[in-house]
Design a protein around this ligand. Sequence first.
Ligand code: AMP
Length: 397
Amino acid sequence: MADIHTYDFSGKRALIRVDFNVPLDKETMEVTDDTRIRAAAPTILHVLKNGGSVVLMSHLGRPKNGPEDTFSLRHIVDHTAKVLGCEVLFATDCIGETALAASSALKTGQVLMLENVRFHAEETAGDVEFAKELAKNGDVYINDAFGTAHRAHASTTVIAQFFPNDKLFGFLIEAEIKSVDRVLNSTDKPLTAIVGGAKVSSKITIIERLIEKVDNLIVGGGMAYTFVKAKGGKVGASLVEDDYLDMARKIIKIAEDRGVNLYIPTDTIIADAFDNNANRKEVAIDQIPDGWMGLDTGTQTSSDCREIILASKLILWNGPMGVFEMENFQKGTADVANAIVDATANGAFSLIGGGDSVAAINKFGLADKVSYVSTGGGAMLEYLEGIELPGIKAIRE
Ligand code: AMP
């Protein structure tokens, strides 16, 4: 595999797989959040600055049967041009004559965007012939789409084989890998993972993996009530996965055996309905009355978590502590976010990953006060779970 820092791009067309799957306004079709475009800009600008030209390929949304204007990347051409500060050309297909004519006519310093790769069913099928056609649009392949690195699709994985000596990671994916590896491989201690969110079932693999590594594991969000019930507590109408009670007991036992501090919240904010305006009370988490449900963590839990977090050198946070989307149940999540910010200011390394904790940290305006916010939710979780991501493997092998 080649290295973006040393690769000679002069006179070369860099075919870059970016993740420009950005939200668009339904009426105006304008980009409403350009985080992903801005995140890919350093790689694109680096190629241009070093004498190359750029061919961008991405997916947008989930088109079902071929081209659909709603999912056309033409809607984001102007915005991308604005972010990059240069003209962006557009090809109405990603393979075939249209694409090839445009990509082969590219001059040094020019940028071309290809139409949505998912307009061809062969993309998600990981079709080799399709990948070969895509590959004709570039002399060097750069993968800078961490968010899709866990998919063995044509443009994210299969295509790499057509660039045996000219395939490399972009700056974004490189930074993602570095941050996750830092958490997985560092010997800095204590390492604290905070895993919240709705369900144990969707987080169990990551919990099983993390419990091998961490010193503290804080369980929060809806998941906590399954643990509380597994220990014999009364959880009222809280979210519980009865199928996972044994699993929760197993995790508790592993934590004991390994000497991991498994922190299960001790108090909770309960509500008599799943509603921001429901009646609220703070109670011990194992004594929730019938008909009431826990929607946030309580004062004691916040202060316990803060103490654990402030004493940590490495922090990984995935999943909110409560239903943070509702104002009356966001405090537990905000308290954890603020504790992570303070720990970071004191020198800890903090990685925030997974859709909802990223949404939460953005909501509280704290994203620039933690060490790293991962852009690829699903991909980051799989990486943390120890799965070798096909998009990463394809570049490395
Ligand atoms: P996940 O995608 O698994 O990280 O779950 C995130 C979702 O979990 C958010 O939408 C939260 O509102 C939800 N959540 C967090 N705490 C609770 C809770 N106590 N009861 C129900 N849902 C919760």
